[in-house]
Design a protein around this ligand. Sequence first.
Ligand code: CA
Length: 222
Amino acid sequence: MRVLIAEDEHRLATWLVRALAQSGFQVDWVDDGRLVRRSLKQTAYDALILDLGLPGVGGHDVLAELRQADMRLPVLILTARDSLIERVSSLHEGADDFLAKPFEIAELEARLVALVRRARGTDRPRFACGPLLYDSGSKRFTLAHEPLALTPREHGVLRALIQRSGEPLSKQEILERVFSDGEDVQPDAIEVLVHRLRKRLQASPVGIRTLRGLGYVLECGE
Ligand code: CA
């Protein structure tokens, strides 16, 4: 799970980055509201942890911009200003949850996981690409209504592709989404997995196309 933290208190942010990374999250950190949008464009995150009192562009404006752009990214607001008005207005602006400082890391993690699960479960419970379906609740693929048997790594790669259906994913992005930091996996391993997936899909109109210099894209057929 990849998370962006927007927080200008360096001590707090450093602690958060370390604690979340230890729990297996992939974490990036920016300390200025102006950097949030750029980071979100560059990288596909599963959630944003957003401090309201940010320099550059404030958290409220970052949030409003995100929602105007119709970005469904789950947002967890952090704020020292634990007032009811702040909380209500943040939720109205489209924050998904709210945590007042100081907080326990365990609570932050629990809320983060719940947010991402909820966002995946309600917004896009199923991903479809032609006859290929992925149910994010049961975490199973079916192809033309038949269960598709995949190894865990094949499953991870195909899931990453179907979640970005229509947009290319680079080998590096696939690596980051499928494998945890500790695993020693070379980008070439992705080629092998894609090759195996193509074989499993070959009887169907669904295919994985290589876009030179960009990566792989799932094509759903007619
Ligand atoms: Ca702040």
